[in-house]
Each structure stands twice: as C-alpha cells, then as structure tokens.
Design a binder for this molecule. Sequence first.
Ligand code: HEC
Length: 171
Amino acid sequence: MRRIVFFLLLSAAAVVASIVPAARPADEQASPVFVTKIPSGYRDWRFISTAHEAGNLNSIGVLLGNEVAFQAYREGKLPFPDGTMLVALHYKHVASDENNKVFGQPQSFVAGPPTNVQVMVKDSKKYAATGGWGFGHFQDGKPATSAFMKPCFPCHAKETDHDFVFTRYAP
Ligand code: HEC
C-alpha cells in the first residue's frame, strides 16, 4: 500500500513538473491577454467623440473615457498613461420615423439597439504583448472568445502615430 501511495505521489510530482514550465511568465508575456470584464462605472465616463460606420456594421458609436483617458486626450499626452480606459459603445444606426415626421422629410438617424461594447485598457506591463493595451469585446455583457479577439491588436497596431488609438478628441 505504502509503495502504491509513494508511486502515486511520484507521478503527481511528475505531472506538476511537466505543467509548471509551460506557465513561465515569459511565455505568458508572449501571448495576448484580453479584458474579460467590462470596467465598472463606464457608462458615467466622459465623452471623447462619436462616429458612424456604414457598410455591414451600420453602427453609430460613442467613445467614452475614464478620467485618466480624458485628461490625456485634453493635454494631448502620448503615449496614453497606464490606467487609461476607453469604452466604445456601439448601436445600430436606425432611421427615426418620429423625428422625420417632425422634420417633414427623411433625414434623422439615431442610436438603435446596442450591438456591442469594445474596451481598451492601458497597462504597459500586463498587456505588453499588445502594445500595452488590453482589448475587450462584449455582446450582451458577455466577453468574446480569444479567437474573436485575435485581429484587434494587429489592426490597431497600424495606428502608430496615436498610440494605437484611432479616435481623436472631439472638442
Ligand atoms: C480592421 C481593423 C480593426 C480591427 C480588426 C479592430 N479595430 Fe477597433 N477600431 C478600428 C478603427 C478604424 C477604429 C475607429 C473607428 C471609429 O471611430 O468608428 C476603431 C476603434 C476602436 C475603439 C475606440 C478607440 C479607438 O481606437 O478609436 C476600441 C475600444 C476598439 N476599436 C476596440 C477593438 C476591439 C476590442 C477589437 C477586436 C474585437 C477591434 N477594435 C478590432 C479598427 C479596427
């Protein structure tokens, strides 16, 4: 019996030894880390700008930033400091029959049902593999899969003049 227990312990140790090297911090740094929780209180953050995407997205969006983000934008501080948090709230771009009736012609488009919330969080250590930015994408409050998140940074990486952030401050 003792022998069996000893053998079991030995094999358990072997399993642990084979797992541990795979979780070295160096390896963790090499693979991207994503934001899997929407930052709390984001709906009360400050307005940075708004944008409309046509085509398949057909969305209307608003970029909000926390206080660190807002101050950095106002002062034109680049790169954005650690602690910067940005949330892009996206909605369907829909015609407003109610508004059009008042205007007397079809001209009004407003925010329809929400489509997703996208997040960028600056932490130069934690998100070193993706330019210091943690990316998050949420639909109905649920985070997207890692596979879905893969293209985020490669595309944002093209915006080299503005610390990987496309949106500029709307005065
Ligand atoms: C093909 C390129 C591309 C991909 C892929 C992409 N983005 Fe973007 N992203 C943009 C562009 C361009 C804008 C500005 C568009 C706008 O203002 O409507 C933007 C805007 C944003 C913003 C607002 C801040 C900023 O940079 O202007 C956030 C947050 C964001 N994207 C997160 C994400 C996340 C999360 C993913 C992955 C799920 C992602 N993006 C994938 C191109 C991309």
